[in-house]
Design a protein around this ligand. Structure first.
Ligand SMILES: [Mg+2]
Length: 224
């Protein structure tokens, strides 16, 4: 049996229902950047992982997109008290915590935002740690920084996230990963990146963890 001690969550889209508010903020400021508002069909394309098609369609440079995303993040920070937890996640987090796993959050969002959100969502004492960090070289670098700080062995962790890059970062860091299909990326897209498990509702999380616990230990294969 695997010795998993930590369940570490991504924040945006996984615990906090930030996807819809982010699109709404994007649309409310789009005109300032000479952008068209994002339509429902666009959202589907983004969920299917075709952001490049989307950028081409609206002739948006990646640099300009980065600028507007930074602004969306800033606006979201101002509205953090309006952000709700994903339906059912509160119960699942409590269930996981009761099973004596240590529970953490690893996010590129500001720690103060996450703390404010948790306090506002009756989840104040749910986490053992919140780690906020960014790296130009990817989320796996941030994961490794966290492991150093908390003295965690990657084999003791399951990471839970809603995006392809969460799956890739976990793979790079030697961590088991559960992808959740209620966030930014569609289930089909997540499947293509082959996470260890996929949860379609927060209720599935505990079962996904159990399944990973009984997976046979195999030596990590070299992906180079
Ligand atoms: Mg996310």
């Amino acid at each position: 049996m695997r010795s998993i001690k930590y369940i570490v969550f991504d924040f945006d889209g996984t615990i906090a229902d930030t996807i819809e508010p982010a699109f709404n903020i994007f649309n409310s400021i789009a005109a300032e950047y000479n952008f068209q508002p994002i339509t429902k069909e666009d959202r589907e394309e983004i969920r299917m992982g075709k952001p490049k098609d989307f950028l081409k369609k609206y002739e948006i440079s990646e640099f300009k997109l980065l600028l507007i995303l930074l602004r969306v993040r800033k606006e979201m920070g101002k509205r953090i008290l309006e952000i709700k937890p994903v339906k059912g996640i509160r119960e699942s987090l409590h269930e996981i915590k009761k099973s004596e796993f240590r529970l953490g959050i690893l996010t590129s969002n500001a720690k103060s935002n996450v703390e404010l959100f948790l306090r506002n969502s009756e989840l104040k004492d749910i986490t053992d740690f919140i780690y906020s960090g960014k790296s130009l070289f990817g989320k796996h670098i941030v994961m490794k920084r966290l492991f150093d700080r908390e003295k965690i062995n990657p084999g003791e962790i399951i990471y839970v996230g809603d995006e392809i890059r969460d799956i890739e970062a976990s793979r790079n860091a030697g961590v088991k990963v559960i992808a959740v299909s209620w966030g930014l990326s569609s289930r089909k897209l997540l499947e293509s990146a082959e996470p260890d498990q996929i949860a379609d509702t927060p209720k599935d999380l505990m079962q996904c963890i159990q399944r990973i616990l009984i997976l046979p230990e195999v030596p990590a294969h070299n992906t180079d």
